[in-house]
Design a binder for this molecule. Sequence first.
Ligand code: DC
Length: 234
Amino acid sequence: MITVPDIIIAVDGWSSTGKSTFAKLVAKHFAFLYLDSGAMYRGVTLLALEKGIAGPSGIDEPALKAALDAGFDLHFERPEDGSTQLFSGDRNIEKEIRTMEVSSLVSPVSAVPFVRSWVDERLHAFSINGRVIMDGRDIGTTVFPAAELKIFMTASDEVRARRRFDELQAKGTPATMEEVMANLKERDYIDSHRETSPLRRADDAFELDNSDMNLHEELVWIQGLMQGKFGILG
Ligand code: DC
């Protein structure tokens, strides 16, 4: 019997550097399972908003802790098209977790230490075996510090804001360029300055600055790494 070694690829980086687009592309190309850790943080934020325990005026931490302990039903499902979608119960919440309302609250919610351990537990459970590529902020530093391959993504502020703006426009989500840029900068600051597992590049991560790269060039870049590190051709 041929055994397929487990491989975890950790993709971290700043907001809107195209981590999920890149990770999905790699997953499809090399037959890895893709998991979006940010979606989990967004899911917790959405449910907290809906329950009125987090909002623009702050986070009711004891109520959030009680709600998580009582069991927030957040899980990934894989429809036939091969994508990975976040569900709460039988409700697909992929669209709702990407509104500006959730984006503006997700960094403070994800800075709360008990939220991080709750999410980490689930990320580990979803990745127990096989080949997984996961994107986020602390995958290579905290969630999977022994990941076989770590990538850290960067891009210029202008390129990142334009990408997020175009994404929101395409989805029909109202936002101005100024709001998008302000949200990016705020999230960068909170994500990299929080006490528990702040966003930083792992020492052994390969840096990918894709400001001037298209997806094909990103694929060629990772193909070299996959072949060099694992002997995987694709
Ligand atoms: O990747 P994203 O923009 O969807 O992530 C949303 C937020 O979730 C991000 O601003 C910070 C938080 N996050 C985190 O703290 N740690 C992760 N591993 C992934 C996301």
